[in-house]
Design a protein around this ligand. Structure first.
Ligand code: NVA
Length: 304
């Protein structure tokens, strides 16, 4: 597969996404076949924001591929402050074979890819979380025999995670419904891009502020009402978002059989504890799939 970076869902085509999902599932089933895929290779991982799943799944995942992961936190100051992002990218490219970056601003990801000379993987920014979306589509493929027939709905705050899910769904032809409170809907540029993709793929794309318009679904997804870097005060949004909580009632009305969340979950806010802990929850399956999905990206970008 011809892929230079993994920066944003909208830079991938349908075949690339389907190939990555298939490769992730193969690596998950036959990890030994890939244990030397990154032998002798080092990956520098920049984290501007906190992380549990992303940090651990990349570090341990790279180890499972025989490579070496180097964690770069904020001990050297904020990205772009002590030295330009372009110089950061050029320096890392002297040593590392790849760069994984979790950043505040998407422009940092773009600069790393533009100025560095090694593949860059977006491990979350303000606009996208493509590693998460890829893992979620692996999870959907594991739970439903025909991925193209799945109906996925995201309920809550439109953010990096919903952008990535919406774009990937639109590209590969999965029906996607986005339900958000008024004023918390998708970035219009993202939404228009997704509409364009859906016109080609045949995915049905719905955006509504009305929970009653959720309709019949196979899977319901939710995420925090306040993302990292948002300055919103929780008390200011609790009342607005309360009707958008994902709970057993929402699952029953939509007929969805699984509930998804990228975590960390804010229990009793966007999702009830009871539902998060229930049999319908695939949150830990998705967490594990982060590693297999990212390993598919790493193998595609870095293996000889
Ligand atoms: N939307 C969340 C995702 C966390 C994994 C955030 O950006 O904070």
């Amino acid at each position: 597969m011809n892929l230079q970076h993994f920066l944003a869902d909208d830079q991938l085509n349908k075949q690339q996404i389907l190939d990555l999902i298939a490769l992730a599932r193969d690596i998950k089933q036959h990890p030994k076949n890939y244990q030397n895929a990154l032998a002798g290779k080092s990956v520098a991982m920049i984290f501007e924001k906190p992380s549990l799943r992303t940090h651990v799944s990349f570090d341990i995942g790279i180890n499972k591929l025989g490579g070496h992961a180097l964690y770069l936190g904020q001990q050297n100051g904020k990205l772009g402050e002590r030295e330009r992002v372009s110089d950061y990218a050029k320096n890392l490219s002297c040593f590392a074979d790849g760069i994984v970056a979790r950043v505040f601003d998407n422009s940092s990801i773009e600069q790393l890819a533009h100025h560095g000379s090694v593949p860059v993987i977006n491990a979350l920014c303000d606009l996208y979380h493509p590693c998460q979306a890829l893992a979620d589509f692996v999870t959907l493929a594991e739970n439903f025999p025909d991925l193209s027939a799945v109906k996925l709905a995201y309920v809550g705050d439109a953010n990096n995670v919903s952008n990535s899910l919406m774009l990937m769904a639109a590209i590969i032809g999965v029906d996607f419904t986005l339900v958000c409170p008024a004023g918390h809907g998708p970035d219009m540029q993202m939404y228009e891009k997704a509409i364009k993709f859906s016109e080609t793929s045949g995915a049905k794309l719905v955006f509504t502020t009305d929970m009653k318009a959720l309709g019949k679904q196979d899977a319901i997804y939710t995420d925090t009402w306040i993302s990292m870097g948002d300055n919103t005060n929780i008390t200011d949004i609790l009342a607005t978002f309360k009707p958008y909580q994902v709970n057993h009632d929402v699952m029953a009305k939509s007929g969805a059989s699984i509930v998804m969340h990228c975590q960390p979950a804010h229990l009793e806010e966007e999702i009830t504890t009871e539902l998060f802990d229930s049999e319908m929850s695939v949150v830990f399956q998705s967490a594990e799939n982060r590693m297999w999905a990212q390993n598919a990206v790493l193998v595609t970008l870095l293996a000889d």
